[in-house]
Design a protein around this ligand. Structure first.
Ligand code: ATP
Length: 448
């Protein structure tokens, strides 16, 4: 007959890294082979607070909540293992906790999970390509409370069917949010259709939105053409830069939203539509309503679920994670492999106010990656930001928000025009806005 301790030894060969703590998270037991592997001497660790020995241990969390943490996958010496932590209770009182891992069978399990994950990604990608969706919730990077709240509101809004109005400065990720919203919604396997209202001349907007019937006007296609409302059937219609619609187009859009049906240009019968509208703007729509350039009834129709995205300068804690992400993306694209960044360079990026928000940060990283000859970004790669950082105090001090915003916007546009030698088409591309919108801003801001 085997003794109790011989049996327990055999048990431990199937459980890797058995560690037991008491109710104060002090170590009371560590499996012998595991201690040897870690180079721990029993007399040094028994009685010590677990976090002083294993800084990342989650046993204190298990003691605190009384809930197990199961099924986390780790790799030890290249081999996958599943780690479990469970509370130990006596008469309903937590008296300790233990953690242990299992190696056996994990390879097989991981293989199947990886296989399934691969398949899932393949179908997700396919769906994205077919439906016009480019981004999903995972593409929204950021660790700030503002981004966490944004993710929550996207998921909540995705469950509803009401119209969403996304407001935020240029480059804050409004389009990204619209895509994620569609992707999270029940409409995700139907089309996501985008219309940039600033990019379409006023006289064409009606036929773009509602389509036209045969012979509607000279040059019209013989068989007529579906508008975006019809193309987006059962899916989402994303109206970007919605503030740029003329008053006449606003009236038509309002009618379509109220009636849930459209009429093609030159058409005779109304066509009922089932779509969800997500609109976005970087203007203050309430302001435009006050100025009389945006219909208040349309504003209320659109603003059923408002989503406001904070500018990057108000959530600077997101910057390091965004940098990491963009470095990886552009490092890969440039064939540089793993690119790193010096902490002093990160400091420069944290000091700037980013009036062009995440798009501007992304371009800054892309530019730096393409200009660096090694795989290490240093302050020198962001030196061109220093005069801008010095200037930014001058722009904001003693001004109202609108005035400061206009000054910053003017500066960004002037920069874009300078770096494209005055080429407005290229400047608009660089700024990520439609050309007509750039012309409009140039006029409004009095840029020569
Ligand atoms: N939270 C984020 N995480 C990662 N990338 C982001 C995030 N927000 C924005 N981006 C990136 O920044 C760029 C600009 O985003 P997007 O086009 O969605 O902004 P926008 O607010 O719609 O801008 P605009 O008003 O000028 O059209 C895109 O390349 C997008 O992928």
């Amino acid at each position: 007959m085997a003794t109790h301790s011989e049996i327990m030894k055999q048990v431990c060969t199937h459980l890797y890294g058995l560690v037991v703590v008491d109710h104060k998270a002090r170590i009371v037991f560590v499996e012998e082979n595991y201690a040897k592997l870690k180079g721990w001497k029993m007399e040094d660790i028994i009685g010590r607070y677990i976090k002083d020995v294993v800084a990342t241990s989650r046993l204190p969390a298990v003691l605190e909540t009384g809930k197990p943490i199961l099924g986390e996958i780790f790799y030890s010496e290249g081999k996958p293992l599943i780690c479990n932590r469970v509370p130990l209770a006596k008469d309903g009182v937590i008296i300790g906790a233990m953690s242990f891992s299992v190696f056996e069978g994990v390879d097989k399990l991981i293989y199947s999970v990886e296989e399934l994950r691969g398949e899932l990604n393949y179908y997700k990608e396919k769906l994205k390509n077919n439906s016009g969706v480019k981004y999903s919730l995972e593409n929204i990077i950021g660790s700030s409370d503002a981004v966490a709240a944004l993710r929550t509101i996207i998921v909540r809004a995705a469950c509803a069917n009401s119209t969403v109005l996304i407001q935020g400065e240029t480059g804050t990720g409004k389009e990204l949010v619209a895509h994620a919203l569609h992707q999270e919604s029940r409409r995700s396997h139907h089309p996501f259709v985008k219309l940039n209202c600033a990019a379409i001349p006023n006289e064409l907007i009606e036929s773009e939105l509602f389509g036209y019937d045969e012979g509607a006007f000279t040059g019209a296609r013989r068989a007529g053409k579906k508008g975006k409302f019809e193309i987006a059937e059962k899916g989402t219609l994303f109206l970007d830069e919605v503030s740029q619609l003329s008053l006449a187009a606003q009236a038509k859009l309002l009618r379509a939203l109220q009636e849930k049906e459209i009429e093609r240009v030159g058409g005779t019968a109304p066509i009922s539509v089932n779509i969800r509208i997500v609109a976005a703007t970087n203007d203050d729509l309430e302001d435009l309503v006050k100025q009389g350039t945006f219909r208040s009834d349309l504003y209320y129709r659109l603003n059923v679920i408002p989503i406001k995205i904070a500018p990057l300068r108000e959530r600077k804690t997101d910057i390091p994670l965004l940098i990491e992400n963009f470095i990886e993306r552009y490092g890969d694209q440039a064939g540089l492999g793993k690119v790193a960044i010096a902490p002093e360079a990160v400091k420069i990026l944290m000091a700037y106010e980013w009036p062009g928000n995440i798009r501007e940060l992304e371009h800054a990283i892309e530019r730096a990656v393409n200009h660096c000859n090694s795989s290490f970004l240093e302050p020198i790669h962001f030196q061109w930001l220093l005069p801008k950082i010095q200037k930014q105090g001058k722009f904001t001090a003693g001004r109202g928000i609108q005035e400061a915003k206009a000054a910053i916007e003017k500066e960004v546009i002037l920069d874009a025009l300078q770096s494209t030698q005055g080429n407005k088409k290229k400047a608009a591309e660089l700024l990520g806005i439609a050309r007509p919108l750039l012309y409009q801003k140039i006029r409004r801001l009095g840029i020569q």
